[in-house]
Write a protein that binds this ligand. Structure first.
Ligand code: FE2
Length: 432
């Protein structure tokens, strides 16, 4: 490890890719990580109260120093949490310096605030960027010398000595970061800036607080896009061949709930709190399902598209979900389990016809909530064919160096990425 460059993520290095490929193979059916990690989950109308009770029982009065981490937008939710913290006489401070997709300099800033305030509890209130940034801030607070580029689940980090508890209160329903070990940051020293993936079991928050007050007013687009993120997590993870009974059960349960409640949440918003609540839970169930296995290749393809064309993460990974199912179907039959979930009758049908029907059902669902399944139909931003094709090599380059590539269930290389991106222009069926 000594001779490796220390400013390049491990998953970008050929030698690491070769090693992983040799050890795990590209289709390690039914293989699982050696542990199942998740946060404790407090949900429902007394979720905040459960949270304060948890802290009160574990921290002496003079130890209760809470840093609330938000961004400009989610800062408005802090007061409700402070009111709750006041009931246990906890000292609190709000830091709203998180920026979209966690640029590394903002992580350093947040860690500096921690060194100054010395919180024993961190509470992240926000979407994926806030929760992911809070994980990284906790790491830098505890261990200022930690090298983000080397963080890929190996060795112990020695966290929770200063910040005893990390609590996540999601304000969107999709990322699942509230229960996962993953965090996406942005390397700003690269031009253009690139995503950096962290993954370590010590980054799993200790508690996830699910309360509809924090998600009920999400606008329709955000509801749809983040919901599609959760769908891609569970369906992409399910077909990615790494599941076992525990993850499979979670992923299938999540898909069922999402199919049932996402259209309602999208259509009725704050008027349908039951749908909001069900989507919060489905997101967490999907988070446990994929967070303890891996995501589908839709995430590598979608990360790249989102970065290059400045599009929402969930919208992009949802777009690539049908391609993921089709591409992975060449090496596994796990997609067949999704047929009954999507209401596709399997009996008496040939494999190819059945797969086509399943893919259509997935696309129909995405369309039913105004998502897109190919680039040409994307309305915001509209992308011309010329512009898209001109940037296809950049898309390939980003996808190929994405952390998702490292554990792709079916071998991916430049040509396959390029072909999928080309097919995705007008929604051609994967035939390779
Ligand atoms: Fe995602």
């Amino acid at each position: 490890m000594e001779n490796l460059p220390d400013n390049v993520p491990l998953y970008e290095l050929d030698m690491v890719k070769d090693f992983i490929s040799a050890v795990l193979g590209r289709a390690p059916a039914q293989m699982m990580m050696g542990s199942f990690r998740t946060a404790q989950i407090f949900f429902g109308i007394n979720a905040l109260n459960q949270m304060s009770g948890f802290l009160e029982a574990r921290l002496e009065k003079d130890e209760r120093r809470v840093l609330i981490i938000t961004d400009d937008f989610t800062e408005k939710f802090a007061n409700q949490v402070i009111v709750e913290l006041n009931t246990i006489e906890a000292e609190s401070k709000v830091w709203s310096g998180v920026k979209p997709e966690g640029p590394i300099p903002t992580i350093e800033e947040g860690a500096e605030v921690c060194r100054d305030f010395k919180p024993t509890v961190g509470i992240a209130i926000g979407g994926g960027s806030v929760m992911d940034s809070a994980k990284a801030i906790m790491l830098k607070y505890e261990n200022p010398d930690a090298n983000f580029y080397r963080l890929l689940g190996l060795g112990g980090l020695g966290l929770r000595k200063k910040m005893k508890f990390l609590i996540a209160i999601p304000t969107t329903s999709g990322t699942g970061s509230e229960v996962t070990r993953n965090a996406m940051l942005t390397i700003t020293t690269r031009d253009p800036p690139q995503k950096l993936a962290l993954s370590h079991s010590e980054l799993v928050p200790d508690i996830a607080v699910l309360h509809t007050d924090f998600v009920k007013d999400m606008p329709p687009f955000l509801t749809m896009a983040t919901g599609l993120d959760a769908l891609a997590h569970s369906a992409g993870a399910y077909v990615s061949t790494w599941g076992g009974p525990l993850n499979d059960a979670l992923n299938i349960a999540a898909i069922k709930e999402i199919l049932k409640y996402l259209p309602r949440a999208y259509k009725y918003g704050a008027k349908d709190l039951e749908a909001r609540e069900k989507m919060q839970m489905a997101t967490v169930v999907a988070g446990m399902g994929f967070g303890n296995t891996r995501v589908g290749i839709d995430h590598g393809l979608g990360h790249s598209l989102g970065k290059v064309f400045k599009m929402h993460h969930g919208f992009c990974v949802g777009l690539f979900l049908p391609y993921t199912v089709a591409y992975t179907a060449k090496i596994s039959d796990r997609w067949k389990d999704l047929c009954p979930v999507f209401g596709v009758e399997s009996k008496g049908k040939e494999r190819k016809a059945l797969l086509t029907e399943l893919l259509q059902a997935i696309k129909d669902f995405i369309h039913s909530i105004d998502g897109a399944v190919f680039i040409k139909e994307v309305k915001n931003p509209t992308i011309s064919r010329e512009e898209y094709m001109a940037k296809i090599d950049l898309l390939v380059n980003y996808a190929e160096t994405d952390a998702v590539d490292l554990l792709a269930p079916r071998w991916m290389h430049k040509e396959t990425y390029k072909k999928i991106y080309e097919y995705a222009w007008d929604g051609r069926d994967i035939d390779f």
